[in-house]
Unconditional design. Structure first.
Length: 414
């Protein structure tokens, strides 16, 4: 109804303007041509009111249904009215999410549904329209278990037992909180999804809710299986999500310790709106738990990263050496358990298990040729080596060395 009233009002206004131009041509050719421009048409209306008043009356009559139609539209769908007033209808419609192939036909709560986001994470399938905190319209299917592999599911209205829960929500005009309806049975659902690298699933989605809910969706969907996004085959660190931050931290730790077997603990919930974050990180290197305090920063070009990250890219690891035979094991010399290890060790080994070498005497040579000899205290929060050196007389000094300037590390016997 609102659309018809708006169209009727516009047609009456247009008809009144055409009538005004006809009257202007009846006065003279000059006025007729000039009235094709609205400013000169206004001048003609003021100079020749007797000729123009009937056309003006028709145009004014068209304003009545136009105003009524716009008022009804504002009450029902304020976002649509705003789009009309901003002349967005003059521009060709752009796909909401060109990176996801979503081709669904149907409606949600009696209105067309065009999802812009689609996910299947932790056993919850979500189709979402709108990128605000609360979706304008959303369909969620809570599966009975997380999905690991292909998914094929068929549910009919009369099926017994425990079934996936379906929730439909929508944000009504003028409301701050969405309305939602949950169903545990009485619906039809068909899913046939297959995984696609690196983090997507693709296939058929078919959902029919009871008739009074006016919700029917059918077609092809493509969904993300986590909150990572990829660009040219690499993780896009510019995307704001907890999964992105976890990836950045894990990659940093792997390069810092030159090991891929880093087990990262759960990161705290972070305010990703900020461009700098102080993050306490718990992780395990092999069997040894460790903790660090990292500062994550975001740049417009490179995305999220760790502050002062200068560690090189982790090289491809060589294949694991073959297991020696029993004869080789029997003749291989072994170090007595009570004799401490001495000699050269690698920086990567020290970084991987610093607790193992705490309070051990060592000599470190830097790239400038200097020697730092003393007792290894550990790594500080920036990953630098701290070596305590007892000076002659009372007092002691500490060497703090960056990993990038260390050339060799030698364990001493004393």
């Amino acid at each position: 109804m609102d659309t018809l009233l708006i169209l009727l009002g516009l047609l009456l206004i247009l008809a009144g303007y055409v009538w005004l131009i006809v009257q202007a041509f009846g006065r003279s050719l000059f006025w007729g041509i000039g009235s094709l421009l609205p400013p000169l048409a206004l001048v003609f209306m003021l100079r020749h009111w007797a000729r123009a008043r009937h056309a003006i009356g028709l145009g004014a009559l068209g304003c009545i249904p136009l105003v009524v139609g716009l008022t009804l539209l504002a009450a029902q769908d304020a976002a649509r009215l705003e789009a009309i007033l901003r002349l967005e209808w003059l521009h060709p419609e752009q796909p909401a999410r060109p990176d996801l192939a979503i081709r669904l036909n149907g409606e949600l709560n009696g209105k067309p549904f065009v999802p812009e986001q689609a996910e299947l994470i932790d056993g919850v399938l979500s189709l979402r329209e709108g990128e605000d905190f609360y979706a304008h319209r959303e369909v969620q299917v809570r599966l009975l278990a997380p999905v690991d592999g292909p998914l094929r599911l068929d549910v009919l209205p009369d099926d017994p037992g425990k079934l996936p829960e379906v929730e439909v929500s929508w944000l009504a005009p003028g409301q701050d909180l969405p309305e939602a309806i949950r169903l545990t049975r009485g619906y039809s659902l068909h899913l046939d999804l297959t995984p696609e690298a690196p983090n997507r699933m693709k296939g058929i989605f078919h959902l029919v809710l009871p008739a009074q809910m006016q919700t029917t969706l059918s077609g092809q969907v493509e969904l993300y299986t986590n909150h990572l996004r990829y660009r040219d085959g690499e993780v896009d660190t510019r995307h704001d999500s907890q999964d992105t931050l976890a990836y950045v931290v894990r990659d940093y730790l792997q390069r810092r310790f030159s090991r891929r077997d880093i087990e990262l603990g759960q990161l705290p919930r972070l305010e990703i709106r900020h461009s700098k974050l102080d993050v306490p990180v718990s992780f395990r290197v092999g069997d040894e738990p460790q903790e660090l305090q990292l500062e994550l920063v975001k740049s417009e070009t490179r995305g999220w990263g760790v502050q002062d990250d200068r560690y090189p890219k982790l090289p491809d690891l060589p294949p694991a050496p073959s297991r020696p035979s029993e004869s080789a094991l029997s003749v291989a010399p072994s170090r007595p358990a009570n004799v401490p290890e001495t000699g050269l060790i690698t920086l990567q080994r020290l970084q991987a298990a610093p607790q193992r070498f705490t309070n051990r005497a060592m000599r470190v040579q830097t790239e400038r040729g200097r020697l730092a000899e003393g007792v290894f205290v550990g790594l500080d929060h920036d990953g630098r080596l701290v070596i305590r050196h007892v000076m002659s007389g009372a007092g002691e000094a500490s060497y703090i060395l960056r990993p990038s300037e260390v050339v060799s590390i030698e364990l001493l016997a004393h």
